[in-house]
Design a protein. Structure first.
Length: 288
């Protein structure tokens, strides 16, 4: 990444993202079942879904991150690479079908940077020792579509960050990106067998009130403040109960989000950017 004066700007981008900790989906009451013309299920008929919604989990996670800034005319910086990490999550569903979920994801690794020299504009290649974090909470309500199928719409709020640390000689080039998240989503779950539950989770979030703070040798510039942009995420997962309260699970996710960029005083500019993240995870869950 590079900071370019006037029209070129200080690059950057994005952050994190994610993760997919699909721990959950819905349970509805007898009244809702009556509206859908389905008999209210007994606890035994939906125990796998209910157990999944009352659990804590931990998973090993890997994320492929692709970042692209948008400068016209260019050149525009790009970054791409694999970041290992972990995820932890907890979910709770009561018998009134109120659903709560909290998930945290952490990834860190060296990803390839393809950009330009700050002073000359010549092509530059190095490594970004990147660290991303994401925390998201959800509150929703579960509805049954059939005795083995449920959907839970929810509202969500959280926070994401990207610590960008480019390896350069003779100094440091660090940029810290952060942004609040708020929006809506829906969890869908299907009990394929008494032990196997398949889930899908879709999120549509606003990236609002974010910004970037630079820590770059030889350059004094204030933080950039971003406008509101969007973030979309889709995750798929499978959970298999192995014994008693313990389950194993694995999942895939895709996340896309943008940052609007913003001015950094009179002489520098953080460009607009977009980020795609493809994630996969595998872990163990304890149902309580």
């Amino acid at each position: 990444m590079s900071i370019k004066k006037n029209r070129l700007s200080l690059p950057i981008a994005t952050a994190a993202f994610l993760a997919i900790s699909l721990s959950g989906v819905a349970v509805a009451d007898a009244g809702v079942w009556g509206l859908n013309k389905h008999p209210a299920p007994s606890m035994g008929s939906h125990s796998s879904i209910f157990a999944l919604n009352n659990s804590v989990s931990i998973a090993a996670d890997g994320t492929l991150m692709n970042y692209q800034e948008h400068i016209n005319p260019g050149p525009s910086d790009t970054e791409s690479g694999w970041m290992p990490g972990f995820k932890v999550a907890g979910s709770y569903m009561d018998h009134q079908n109120i659903y709560l979920h909290l998930g945290y994801a952490y990834n860190s690794g060296g990803i390839h940077y393809d950009g330009a020299n700050l002073e000359t504009g010549a092509p530059a290649y190095t490594t970004d020792r990147a660290t991303t974090q994401r925390l998201l909470g959800k509150i929703g309500y579960g509805f049954w579509l059939s005795p083995h199928m449920a959907i839970t719409p929810y509202v969500a709020a959280g926070f994401q960050s990207w610590h960008r640390n480019l390896l350069i000689t003779g100094g440091q080039e660090i940029e810290d990106y952060s942004s609040p998240l708020a929006g809506v989503g829906a969890l869908f779950q299907y009990q394929m067998t008494p032990r196997m539950v398949l889930s899908a989770d879709a999120e549509v979030l606003a990236v609002t009130g974010g910004g970037m703070t630079p820590h770059i040798t030889g350059i004094s510039a204030p933080s950039a403040k971003f406008g509101t942009s969007g973030e979309e995420k889709l995750g798929l997962s499978a959970n298999y109960r192995i014994d008693g309260p313990f389950s194993v699970f694995g999942g895939l996710s895709f996340t896309h989000f943008t940052y609007t960029g913003g001015a950094m005083g009179k002489y520098f500019m953080e460009p607009a950017s977009s980020t795609n993240r493809f994630g996969m995870d595998a872990g163990i869950r304890y149902n309580f």
